[in-house]
Design a protein. Sequence first.
Length: 418
Amino acid sequence: KKLLDTFGAQVFSDHERYPADVKCLSLLYLYVGRYPRNNASRNSSNHTGNAKIVWNVLDFGVSYSLAKQASDQALMAKERRRRAVQEILRDVREAYWRAAGSGAVEDDVAKLAEETLRALRLSTKTRDTLLANPEKALLYQRSLLEILARLKEIQAGIVSGKAKLTALMGLAPRTAYTLKRPPVVLPIQRLRFDMQEMEKRALRDHPALREAHYQARFAAEEARKEIKRMFPGLEFSVGGSYDSNKFLRHQSWTSAGVEVSWNLFNLLSASKRLKTAKQKKELADKQRLDLSVALLTRLYVGNADYELSVEDFQIAACLEEVGAKLHDLKVKAMAASSGNRLELIRSRTDLMRLQLQRTIKYADLQASIGLLKESTGMDLLPETLPDHELPTLIAAIQEKRGEHEEDMEFVGHYCGGQ
């Protein structure tokens, strides 16, 4: 919807620009008439025609300013569309990794929830037989219920992540689809540019800043337009006339003229309108400066957030690795009949929670990269595409991603190769 709104605004601006361009041209007037005789010096039926070209210097100057403003409005609509595309692709990137990561453990979570529920039902049936130690039976049930509640929270997060991705893709809420399972060792991406280069790109390419530049230019042209309206209008005209009256000495003739006009009301209100236009220009310049500072601040914060996200993801990956080793010990203890079922269920739940936490941290990492790219104004799609078919879009996005990002190399596992 956001992209459709910006696309409609761009089309509307293009349509507005056309009449502004036409107003810069000369005006052509055509008159044709037929008159009955009303005196003795005319034919019984008279035909007349007149064609005249009129060009007003003042109107031309004002229309030229209007055309430039309409062009700036079209460029502003284009930048709003660029910004919408960047925001949509950033949101899709984050939502995909959340949904794909949580979907990888979805089946395991469902199976463990069923197993926990069976254990809870069995404990309820056997509780009455543990008369010697009812507290132990109740504590066992409470532990199972806590595990079950934790699993339900995980399932709710999985459903929420997939629902957000479904909405971003524009699919019906209950549409069934399968996401590609992410690799076990997830690569960590980084941008190919240093901070100085990203600052230059942000100040040069960010859609919001470019839109503010066009807005300031629009306001400056508004001031020039008001100055033009203070001058008198100079109008040139040339044309030809025809009259079928045979009593005339010449039935066709040409005429030319020059006319000067001055709208005194425009002159009286010019100072106020000029002051308003200048204030708009000053406001647009100040907004552009404030926006530049805000964009650079957002870029610095985004870069710091990216570095923290990399560390958080590595810690989450290490925790999952340690959790997997602990779970293996629990499984071996259970096989040797030296462990209990509750500890095994709790261990599996903790492992799935750690797996899900790792995927969430990876989604946060992807979101921080997307925010960095958006803050620098990087185009995630080329300006023009041969078509909008899915293979074409995939190839274009992958090409742009290769230009902007690279995978960081790691030796061994995340936990120091241990």
